[in-house]
Ligand binder design. Structure first.
Ligand code: ADP
Ligand code: ZN
Ligand code: ZN
Length: 819
């Protein structure tokens, strides 16, 4: 009797494929292991076994499994159910989900690019096949596996590649390569750290006033006398602040008073390896009450929204919930919307939970991600996983709690490629499959989540006090329309903002400036004829990047040189229009030449350590002013920020999308929340041209209830979520006429079934990206309608369009619950 396996391939295919199992492999096969199978002409893929059976399919000739890669399953059975849920809810294929879920190193295929590891330990023993392949790769050039296989005359290369990867002889090449080089700094400390001896020391230097001055500066910088925690002192700062020369410092070192040491900056504190629940901060009264309420609600509800103002201590409450979950012997998944946030939270969690904490995100090398995956399968798994979106795909044996921090963040929704899933909603599903509880936390809830608390689906717990009763920042609105008219703006800055910044800097406090555009100028324009440079691949104007001396398309990444004259009229009056973060930085450097300035946006945070560096520098007061895009708005906790400037509120408010007001409220309340987190009240200067808009008033008062009421009224009227479910249907092709025809045809089919619930087709605001024309059809469907029926219809229409010869090459996909 022959045996067969059904497998999932890492390709956008909905079906399982069946292969014959050769007799000699039959013993070892089980569900959840990887096998290598041929697919299409001469291609091999790593597939995952979903079933072993003896039902011979009829009607076509089967191919055979080539090799088995694992002894034990590399996914838990529950994961497969989770993948299936994602594929069916977000209308994509199980192959898409498999591709997104596994790190590349676990799903080798013919196109996988590999490179030689120059640091490979040659004493590791290799078999003949491995040896041949490694020699072929050793010249340093990257190769895909298909090419490599040809070169080496090996019949099937994947098993060798798998073992070479395990022996770390080669790497999978990725877009984001590991580029982490720690930055070192020289620091100074007292040889004898005993504070009592300080007076004696000062005494002893009476006759060397310059040396004594250095010691005094040190005492001040290290906060030796304030009784607070000691601050680290860097050599450069000490010399600058004391005005001493390095030879004076050297004399003190020779006397055995100071010593120098190297410190890796970016990494803030020594890592604590052991778990020590003693280190959990006790909760204050409000937090205690909220914590008890959450536990009470969890007895009858699975999901709870923690609506706590910024700096109320939500993170401290999470820490208590984690502790409780670990003590019950279960695991925790802690989701964050952005890598930038992981640094700070990692420190806070590591302090308490030590090496029980694992971190998972896309700036890790693939090898590290494979390691974490395998660790989670083992008996010694991390008990807590802190990560971004894709960590919902990790194997969990025994999940007890899911935390979704900043649950309102739209970056939880994956845009491209499929699966276009919302990590918050997927995590809620994952939790329910594990019978785990979910806590959603935010200062600015999404309308959807808040709605769910109002209808009793989620529990709601509110925290309206900041820790230590620090007041929420005072928001001052500045009417820049008037100031521009009176010519009183200095570049992008109102006199009030500059005044507040100056005061803050004088008092050695820090400033955050928020501008939601990166680059130097969002566009350039010919002042004579109005010509604006556009991308040749996309329907968007180009952003000017001064530092790089180029124009960049933020949609396809294509770059252009900056024209000297206008190609339309030959005029040479090309002007920058608008302000990006780079231009803000330039202007600030001119206005405050002494200030130390840093910028945090997509352009300055391309490498793995860049975020950590910028945040660590700001946290340790090595920079005074931090300029950034929405990256600076998110959950960061800085102690010394007293002023936040929102440079231009209007672009956020006027964005053409039904969520724009909700988004603008969230962004501005969040960024304001960075001010005055400890000790004293902060100030926010909010610059806008629509001073009297009700939305601005809601932001100033942090009046969420009114925002919610207004939004709900609008959404009911215009049939938006949470009252209706949205599905966007996208069609793309490089010929406009073809995509027009296909989308019209599709809309006709759709209207036959869904009637007036179908809108479009329309060209979206950016109607062409990467040379493809885009058309969009919208389905607005009552939430009461059964989804599976709707999806069946959609899939059916999708297939019928795609089966039409003319439209075979039109790309069609769905975006369910779009953001
Ligand atoms: P949120 O997550 O609500 O913005 P955080 O948890 O970051 O608030 O708390 C703000 C600041 O107050 C942090 O620096 C945190 O360490 C401190 N803090 C909050 N609650 C406590 C507590 N119970 N004990 C000690 N420090 C606390
Ligand atoms: Zn011109
Ligand atoms: Zn482009």
């Amino acid at each position: 009797m022959s045996l067969f396996v059904d497998v999932i391939l890492p390709l956008p295919l909905s079906n399982r494929y069946t292969y014959i199992l050769p007799d000699d492999l039959a013993e070892q096969v089980k569900m959840g292991i990887r096998v290598i199978v041929p697919f299409g002409p001469k291609k091999y893929y790593t597939a995952i076994v979903t079933e072993v059976h003896d039902r011979a399919p009829e009607g076509y000739k089967l191919k055979s499994v080539v090799e088995i890669l694992d002894r034990a399953p590399i996914i838990f059975p529950g994961q497969l159910r989770f993948w299936e849920w994602i594929a069916s809810y977000y209308l994509c294929t199980i192959g898409d989900v498999y591709k997104a879920a596994l790190p590349s190193g676990l799903k080798l295929e013919s196109e996988t690019l590999v490179i030689y590891n120059p640091d490979f330990d040659v004493s590791v023993s290799l078999n003949a096949g491995e040896q041949t392949i490694l020699e072929s790769l050793a010249n340093g050039k990257e190769r895909n596996l298909a090419t490599l296989q040809k070169e080496c005359h090996v019949k099937n290369i994947l098993p060798y590649i798998k073992t070479l990867l395990e022996k770390e002889a080669i790497f999978i090449k990725e877009e984001v390569r590991r580029s982490y080089k720690p930055k070192m700094e020289t620091r100074v400390r007292l040889c004898n750290p005993n504070v009592e001896c300080i007076q004696t020391l000062l005494e002893s230097l009476k006759r060397a006033p310059k040396q004594q001055a250095v010691l005094r500066t040190y005492i001040e910088l290290a906060c030796l006398e304030s009784g607070e925690e000691l601050e680290e002192v860097c050599r450069k700062d000490l010399l600058e602040k004391s005005g001493a020369s390095s030879s004076i410092l050297n004399e003190l070192i020779e006397k055995g008073i100071f010593e120098l040491y190297q410190f890796e900056i970016g990494h803030l504190k020594e890592e604590n390896q052991r778990t020590d629940f003693q280190l959990v901060h006790p909760l204050n009264d409000y937090q205690q009450k909220a914590f008890a309420e959450i536990n009470h609600l969890f007895s009858e509800k699975n999901i709870c929204l923690l609506h706590g103002v910024t700096a109320s201590g939500k993170t401290e409450i999470y820490i208590h919930l984690i502790k409780q979950t670990l003590q019950a012997g279960r695991q925790v998944l802690y989701l964050l919307p952005e890598i930038a946030l992981t640094t700070q939270i990692t420190q806070r969690l590591k302090r308490v939970f030590g090496d029980q904490l694992g971190i998972y995100h896309s700036k890790f090398s693939d090898m590290e991600r494979v390691e974490i995956w395998q660790k989670q399968l083992s008996e010694k798994e991390y008990r807590i996983i802190l990560g971004v979106r894709s960590s919902v795909f990790l194997p969990f044996r025994n999940l007890g709690l899911v935390i979704v921090d900043e649950e309102h963040e739209n970056t939880y929704k994956q845009q491209d490629p499929a699966p276009r899933y919302h990590a918050r909603n997927a995590a809620i599903m994952l939790a329910s499959m594990h019978r785990a509880k979910t806590i959603l936390g935010t200062a600015t809830p999404s309308i959807e989540s808040y709605f769910n608390t109002q209808i009793g689906k989620y529990g709601l717990v509110s925290l309206s006090q900041r820790h230590h009763a620090v007041e929420l920042p005072q928001i001052m609105v500045v009417d820049i329309a008037e100031l521009i008219h009176k010519r009183r703006m200095k570049g992008a800055f109102s006199p009030l903002l500059l005044e507040k910044m100056r005061q803050a800097l004088e008092q050695k406090e820090q400033v955050i400036l928020f501008q939601n555009r990166r680059g130097f100028a969002p566009m350039i324009e010919c002042h004579t004829c109005g010509w604006v440079p556009k991308c040749k691949n996309c329907d968007v104007s180009l952003t000017y990047h001064k530092g790089l001396k180029q124009l960049t398309c933020h949609y396809c990444g294509y770059t252009y040189s900056v024209p000297q004259v206008c190609p339309a009229c030959n005029g040479n009056d090309l002007r920058n229009r608008g302000f990006g973060t780079e231009r803000i930085e330039d202007e600030i450097r001119e206005i405050f030449p002494e200030a130390r300035i840093a910028r945090m946006d997509l352009d300055t945070t391309r490498t793995r350590s860049a975020h950590e560096q910028i945040i660590a520098d700001f946290q340790q007061k090595r920079t005074d002013i931090l300029i950034g895009t929405q990256m600076v708005s998110k959950g960061l906790d800085f102690e010394h920020v007293s002023v936040v400037g929102i440079l231009n509120a209007d672009s956020m408010m006027n964005f053409p999308d039904f969520r724009s007001h909700e988004r603008a409220f969230q962004l501005m309340v969040q960024v304001s929340g960075r001010a005055g987190r400890k000790k004293k009240q902060g100030t926010v200067v909010l610059q806008t041209k629509s001073k009297d808009s009700p939305l601005i008033e809601q932001i100033v008062k942090a009046d969420y209830p009114t925002l919610y009421e207004n939004q709900m009224a609008e959404r009911l009227l215009f049939k938006y979520p949470p009252f209706h479910r949205l599905v966007y249907i996208y069609l793309k092709h490089k010929h406009a006429e073809l995509v027009d025809a296909a989308s019209r045809e599709m809309a006709i089919h759709l209207r036959r079934i869904f009637g007036s619930r179908i809108l479009g087709p329309d060209a979206p605001p950016i109607a062409r990206i990467q040379t493809l024309y885009i058309r969009k059809i919208i389905l607005k469907i009552e939430t009461s309608v059964s989804l599976s029926k709707v999806y069946e219809q959609l899939q059916y229409i999708h297939r019928s369009i795609q089966e039409d010869e003319r439209f075979r090459y039109v790309t069609i996909y769905f975006d369910v619950d779009p953001y």
